[in-house]
Design a protein. Structure first.
Length: 275
């Protein structure tokens, strides 16, 4: 009985640690951490504002990839991602996690959870519009909206037709506000175009798949690319989150966008992070 109790306690601790590592751990250089140590540091402040794909405890850490190629430039990459967040969640966090950082550049990258939680297109547009308006009212900075990835890799699925409609909203908002639209979704589709189709199912949210990906990453030490390969996927680990191929594509896309901004960051060369 004592041994069984001991084993049960170990399993409970192991499960709790897995939840912390995969879902609850703070993002690297999150807004609170940045503000605590660097309130008046020189250089440009780039805020990445998004959901779990930005938070990067269960998804490829594209924020750190970007940070690594900008480390010799005056650009501070602040990770304002939060697992499970929606456009409404971003709006609620704006005054806490973004505006106090006084960003010089802002990336907005969210929508996956809005599709999963059935946010209406009208509300999705309204929430993001309010975020853009509030930021521009304080400081007219370069802002980019990033189209979000497919849900599963069956590009002909009904769910991905819905993803396309949400990304169309992002494109229309970018045009209306005269800000940048970064076609990440479209780039991933092009990447998949010459890959063998291995996912022909309709996407369904499976918590067990997320937990297994976290287990393989944090307990077995597997790479995100290996995890996605085991699931017969090319760019996603569990049908939702990025592996290091898609994470590298996004980091490179953001790097190129930064280079084109009027307030040049001084990055001397392009580094392809997609391999």
């Amino acid at each position: 009985m004592a041994l069984l109790t001991f084993i049960s306690a170990l399993l409970l601790i192991a499960f709790g640690l897995l939840i912390y590592l995969g879902f609850r751990r703070k993002a690297i250089n999150n807004p609170k951490s940045f503000l605590k140590k660097a309130t008046d540091v020189p250089g440009k402040r780039l805020v990445l504002f998004g959901d779990s794909q930005t938070h990067s405890t269960l998804s490829s850490d594209y924020a750190s990839m970007l940070r690594s190629v900008l480390n010799k430039t005056p650009v501070h990459v602040i990770n304002a991602g939060k697992n499970g967040d929606t456009a409404l969640g971003l709006l609620h966090r704006l005054k806490r996690d973004v505006l106090p950082c006084r960003p010089d550049l802002l990336i907005i990258y969210a929508g996956t959870n809005d599709v999963l939680q059935k946010t209406t297109l009208k509300n999705y547009s309204s929430y993001l519009s309010e975020i853009i308006q509030q930021v521009k009212a304080l400081k007219d900075i370069p802002i980019a909206l990033v189209s979000f990835p497919p849900l599963g890799e069956n590009l002909r699925s009904r769910r991905n037709a819905e993803v396309d409609r949400f990304n169309q909203v992002l494109s229309e908002l970018a045009a209306a506000f005269k800000i940048s639209y970064l076609p990440f979704n479209e780039t991933l589709k092009a990447y998949l175009s010459d890959k063998p189709q291995s996912d022909d199912s309709e996407f369904s949210m499976r918590i067990s798949r997320l937990l297994m990906a976290a287990f393989k990453k944090y307990y077995l030490g597997q790479s995100y690319n290996k995890i996605s390969g085991a699931n017969r996927l090319h760019i996603l680990t569990d049908g939702i989150h990025l592996n290091d191929i898609s994470g590298g594509i996004l980091a490179t896309m953001l790097q190129q966008w930064i280079m084109k901004q009027p307030a040049h960051t001084g990055l001397a060369h392009q580094v392809d992070l997609s391999d």
